[in-house]
Design a protein around this ligand. Structure first.
Ligand SMILES: *[C@@H]1O[C@H](CO)[C@@H](O)[C@H](O)[C@H]1NC(C)=O
Ligand SMILES: *[C@@H]1O[C@H](CO)[C@@H](O)[C@H](O)[C@H]1NC(C)=O
Length: 193
């Protein structure tokens, strides 16, 4: 082996091995950095956006059995101290948001709302006057995440699919029958979405 490495021909071979290990080490370093920083990022921003985040994969506390995840958004929210959402559902909306599309970006004045969002890389924004300058909390929902979010009456929210392939799905529970008229809802709250 040593004799082999001393031969000039072996130089490309050694270089290839070196490059391979450099690539491996860089790869893992970046992967680790990405996951640890997103974890840190997640906790603060999840609080500002008034939401709970769950993973669909193992380990997960919403995975009841091998069928997959299942949750009761209202009881989960109240048990976890997420306040301001609906306590009961007077109306329910379920829907899809296709890649690149935006829903919400409005502010209801006549209902509190609890949302469940999953399925794709999604940006969720909630108006929050406690956040300096921006006045909103914003998170990125991964395609394996399921979030339960509360949006109190008078608080704007927006859901934007930022995935290239998958659809975002959502369920919205409102404690009042929403009328989408001018006096009860403000539309197009944020212009930068
Ligand atoms: C929304 O929540 C607030 C605070 O819990 C409550 O006073 C109000 O009745 C709820 N419903 C509507 C439609 O605003
Ligand atoms: C708008 O909705 C509110 C709340 O449901 C209702 O009281 C009001 O009459 C509606 N206004 C119009 C112009 O339809």
């Amino acid at each position: 082996m040593l004799q082999f490495l001393q031969r000039p021909l072996s130089l490309p071979f050694v270089l290839t091995i070196f490059l391979f290990f450099t690539w491996i080490s860089l790869h893992f370093h970046t992967a680790f950095k990405a996951s640890s920083s997103s974890l840190h990022w997640t906790t603060i921003h999840d609080i500002n956006a008034n939401l709970l985040r769950f993973r669909s994969g193992i380990p997960s506390n919403i995975l009841k059995d091998e069928c997959g995840w299942l949750l009761d958004p209202l009881s989960l929210a109240s048990a976890s101290g997420i306040s301001g959402g609906a306590i009961t559902c007077a109306s329910i909306h379920a829907g899809e948001i296709r890649p690149g599309k935006l829903r919400g970006n409005h502010r209801h004045h006549d209902c509190n709302e609890t949302l469940v969002i999953w399925g794709a890389m999604t940006r969720y924004r909630l108006e929050n006057n406690k956040v300096p300058h921006k006045r909103y909390g914003e998170v990125t929902i991964g395609s394996d995440d399921i979030i339960v979010a509360a949006s109190p009456s008078g608080t704007a929210h927006a859901i934007k699919n930022i995935d290239h392939i998958r659809s975002t799905f959502f369920l919205g529970c409102q404690d009042n029958v929403i009328s989408y008229n001018v006096s009860s809802t403000d539309f197009n709250v944020w212009k930068d979405l």
